[in-house]
Design a protein around this ligand. Sequence first.
Ligand SMILES: Cc1cc2nc3c(=O)[nH]c(=O)nc-3n(C[C@H](O)[C@H](O)[C@H](O)COP(=O)(O)OP(=O)(O)OC[C@H]3O[C@@H](n4cnc5c(N)ncnc54)[C@H](O)[C@@H]3O)c2cc1C
Length: 309
Amino acid sequence: MSTLQAVLRRAILAAAESERMHRFVGKHGMRLGAARFVAGETLDAAVPVLRRLNERGLLTNTTLLGEGVSDEAETRCVVELYKELLDRIQTEQLRTNVALKLTHLGLALDEEVAYANISELVDHARDRDNFIRIDMEESAYVDATLRTYRRLRESGRDNVGTVLQSYLYRTEQDLQGLLDLQPNLRLVKGAYLEPPDIAYPKKEDVDSAYERLVEQKLSGGGYTAIATHDERLIERAIAYAEREQIGRERFQFQLLYGVRPRLQLDLAQRGFSVLVATPYGPDWYRYLMRRLAERPANLMFFARSLVRR
Ligand SMILES: Cc1cc2nc3c(=O)[nH]c(=O)nc-3n(C[C@H](O)[C@H](O)[C@H](O)COP(=O)(O)OP(=O)(O)OC[C@H]3O[C@@H](n4cnc5c(N)ncnc54)[C@H](O)[C@@H]3O)c2cc1C
């Protein structure tokens, strides 16, 4: 990433916090291009999108977009919506699992509330042969997220995974600390604005850490979701797995809906498991801003739609 891109990334993530920006993008964003990254504002709109991806040989996960909640009662509504989603996936026979954020289940209010909610959902998913992945959020939530994941696994729940971010200095140690669980982990570079005392500021360091993490995880056991659009790192992961004779059933590539669709199909056609993360819901603002920050060129796409209106 050039210095300009790095500056833009930070500027977009910082601007995302502005109320005015939220109001403007919230009002016009879906028409202006958010639909490229989001399967729709309702579950009914998302179902045909998920089905179409499945028909092309791609697995999917989905998320009801949202992150902060203001009270415990609101977390109960979120739990009910996720149960409805898991039921719908089953009746529609979709090859779709679920990813969610613990702050959406109350982590910022009370870790115990979030734990009770996630346990209930993981059990609901297990009864429907499904799987839940806990996304990783800002660094302030990493300890609580990893604690929650370990607690779920140690209580006998296996249909659950979480995420590690290579931009954090702490992550290699976190990985070592989890390997005894033979964990199912998604590895990402990291999407939030983090200070240089806890996260690599330079893209090349984030990329090198990512490659090390993939190798340590593949060799360390469990299941590995390699979630990046970076073709160089994808090819290096494939070469490593072949060299180390790590079977294709032990890892998967994950990409975001709307990002590098050709690459998604190419990898599937080469015989790899590929999952497309395909979120939905009316609360798509923060998700969209992170996608714009990852590739400031997306801003041009957005700006062009604005001019064309
Ligand atoms: C399935 C999945 C789940 C994720 N879950 C989390 C999570 O739980 N927590 C978290 O912090 N982060 C998560 N992320 C986001 C991740 O941390 C990165 O911010 C994001 O994937 C961009 O990094 P990259 O690895 O694709 O590499 P980059 O080096 O950023 O990008 C490589 C290339 O991919 C393309 N590209 C990347 N992003 C975009 C985009 N938005 N639009 C268009 N093209 C793009 C560009 O061509 C770019 O050159 C997730 C990503 C994926 C794919």
